[in-house]
Design a binder for this molecule. Structure first.
Ligand code: SF4
Length: 410
């Protein structure tokens, strides 16, 4: 296998694709099928030598069945601190650090993490190759861990959330920096996190096998209410806007109350951290029983709107809406006296929790992120006959029509 890969690596880019295709033929039938399925929807990764790593992963999880190899998951984090991208800078200035969980988008890992993705996949930031193979490899690893060993994944996630809360609190105490932390778990996915439930006792039972991956002592203390830095709501937001929103969401003055955990009872991550905010965009039309500390913005998809019969009727009525428009239209609307109080520039600031209700979040179409091959396939048109911006972003005329249909704007 090694010699074969080395040979492929030395080929020119154009020949590599064909060589990889031929190499597939020599692989185990089942692995081959899964890989082809995974790569079908992700042309950016087809010619990449990340394939070698991908194959290691698939071989790994086939071999270990439901137990993912421990070694496969050493040395990488689930959460990432976002500060470099422009859209995270404004929250930072306000003292809010956003931690994101990036899984592999859509069908890249063979498991579809965005079942309601439509035309958006053509400009998906998580799959445009911009962040390099290493990033995508990490996303695939996280997704496989989520799929194959849910309890270990959750143990790692809880531990990392605790760690970030502790850092924020320590920094505040030392007056080094005022910090609040918020979490976006679907950075490049659309998982129904409110339905991902676990029994704390099951996480305890992982201990023997995975002690070098997760500090179970810390988790045990959290579950038993003995953590100094997170004593059942001992953590408080410095940022007033977030604290007030949280109080409003809970309809209580003091959010420092927290029931004693029942180790046998299934809970979601939101119930474990009731004083912490989480937020996401979603394309799922029917998400129910959303916890008060989980903020969702519905993401309108022009492709789905065309393909699905009752799309507009299914747009949730209780959430802000995000839409893609051209940069020009976005700037016009932001300046327009009729619109400026109804819209928010979503490119400027990612922290959707800070948004007021009944707003339209404008995201601009970005040419550089385009996956033309996917778009052509999705539209069933030939590549040279498409105008991507017109297909993906709302045109001024379409926006007029769309805005009439949005109940909270009228
Ligand atoms: S739903 Fe989001 S993450 Fe999934 S494919 Fe669309 S843009 Fe990418």
């Amino acid at each position: 296998m090694k010699a074969e890969l080395k040979k492929i690596a030395n080929l020119t880019y154009s020949k590599r694709r064909k060589a990889i295709k031929n190499w597939f033929k020599s692989l185990d039938e089942e692995i081959k099928k899964e890989l082809e399925k995974a790569l079908e929807d992700s042309p950016h990764w087809k010619t990449s030598l990340t394939l070698k790593k991908l194959i290691d992963l698939y071989v790994g999880y086939k071999k270990f069945g439901n137990y993912v190899s421990e070694n496969l998951y050493k040395g990488f984090e689930l959460l990432e601190k976002n500060k470099s991208h422009d859209r995270f800078k404004i929250p930072l200035q306000k003292g809010i650090t956003i931690y994101t969980l990036s899984l592999a988008p859509h069908k890249v890992s063979t498991y579809n993490t965005c079942p309601h993705a439509g035309i958006c996949k053509a400009i998906c930031l998580g799959d445009n190759g911009r962040n390099g193979n290493r990033q995508m490899f990490k996303r695939i690893k996280r997704t496989l861990l989520f799929l194959k060993n849910r309890n270990l994944f959750l143990a790692k996630l809880i531990e990392e959330i605790l760690y970030t809360i502790k850092i924020a609190k320590d920094k505040r105490k030392d007056k080094r920096l005022d910090l609040d932390v918020v979490f976006r778990l679907n950075n490049f996915s659309d998982i129904l996190w409110e339905n991902i439930k676990f029994r704390p006792v099951d996480i305890f039972n992982l201990e023997d096998r995975y002690t070098d991956l997760v500090q179970f002592e810390v988790l045990r203390n959290l579950f038993e209410g003995n953590l100094d830095f997170y004593r059942r709501g001992g953590y408080k937001y410095k940022n007033e806007t977030l604290a007030n929103k949280l109080k409003e969401a809970y309809k209580v003055e003091n959010t420092n109350s927290f029931p004693k955990l029942n180790m046998e009872e299934k809970i979601s991550i939101f119930e474990l951290f009731p004083d912490i905010w989480f937020y996401d965009y979603t394309k799922h039309p029917n998400r129910e029983n959303i916890p008060p500390n989980y903020h969702l913005t519905f993401s309108y998809d022009k492709g789905n709107a065309k393909k699905e019969k009752n799309y507009k009727d299914n747009i949730p009525k209780d959430k802000n809406l995000a839409v893609i428009v051209s940069e020009t239209l976005k700037n016009d609307l932001i300046k327009n006296s009729d619109w400026k109080d109804k819209v928010i520039d979503g490119d400027e600031n990612d922290c959707r929790i800070l948004d007021d209700d009944k707003k339209l979040i404008l995201l601009s179409y970005r040419k550089g992120d385009l996956d033309r091959e996917y778009l052509a396939k999705y539209l069933k048109k030939s590549e040279n006959k498409i105008n991507p911006e017109e297909e993906i972003a709302l045109t001024p005329d379409e926006f007029k029509k769309f805005s009439k249909e949005i109940r909270f704007i009228n």
